[in-house]
Design a protein around this ligand. Structure first.
Ligand SMILES: [Zn+2]
Length: 195
């Protein structure tokens, strides 16, 4: 009975991952059973290592294993691109033509789910405006993303920093994370200033 329990437990963990259904989770669990002891130990250690080492960059909020992430350490801080999640940074970095830094909100304003300005990383963004020339807001082009963009633009206004919104090349309701590189690149380069 105990063996079955441990398989069920592992299957449960796999099925909690995004995009993994019950069937796939069971296949993953059986793949682990078939691993060599060394591979299984390495797999488990890699999971623990990520949890131990990866935290948030104290400047931008991206995942990093250092105090300050690689992008913040090396890049031009005069342009700050604001996104909802670390996954969006990965999508934009894949295009390869953005040279500024990021600010990750870790969410968008969502009043019906009690997510207000204090629940996302907005105040950290305002502290970074010293020396910034432009803030590009690249939250998703859906209802909450737009409302969050407008809210942030209003807060930045008194600081006199140019604020722009990525262009609507992205279909409404689309997610940055899944946009193809060409569309994403155009949405950024055709951004419009929020006046
Ligand atoms: Zn950073």
């Amino acid at each position: 009975m105990r063996e079955i329990d441990s398989v069920a437990k592992l299957t449960g963990y796999f099925s909690s991952l995004p995009g993994v259904g019950r069937k796939t989770a069971a296949r993953y669990a059986y793949a682990v059973i078939n691993m060599s002891a060394d591979d299984a130990a390495g797999f488990a250690a890699a999971i623990l290592e990520v949890k131990e080492k990866i935290g948030l960059c104290r400047v931008c909020g991206n995942f990093t294993d250092a105090d300050e992430c690689e992008i913040c350490r090396r890049r031009d801080h005069s342009v700050i691109l604001v996104v909802k999640e670390p996954k969006d940074v990965a999508a934009i970095e894949k295009i390869g033509d953005y040279t500024g830094v990021y600010h990750i909100l870790h969410g968008v304003l969502d009043p019906s789910n009690n997510v207000g300005p204090n629940e996302i990383r907005i105040s950290g963004l305002l502290r970074r405006l010293d020396g910034a020339k432009e803030v590009i807001i690249a939250t998703n082009p859906d209802l909450l993303g737009e409302a969050t963009a407008m809210y942030i633009a209003k807060l930045i206004k008194p600081f006199g920093v140019k604020t722009s919104r990525i262009a609507h090349g992205l279909p409404v309701g689309a997610e940055i994370e899944y946009a193809d590189a060409m569309t994403l690149s155009r949405a950024i380069s055709d951004r419009k200033e929020i006046l």
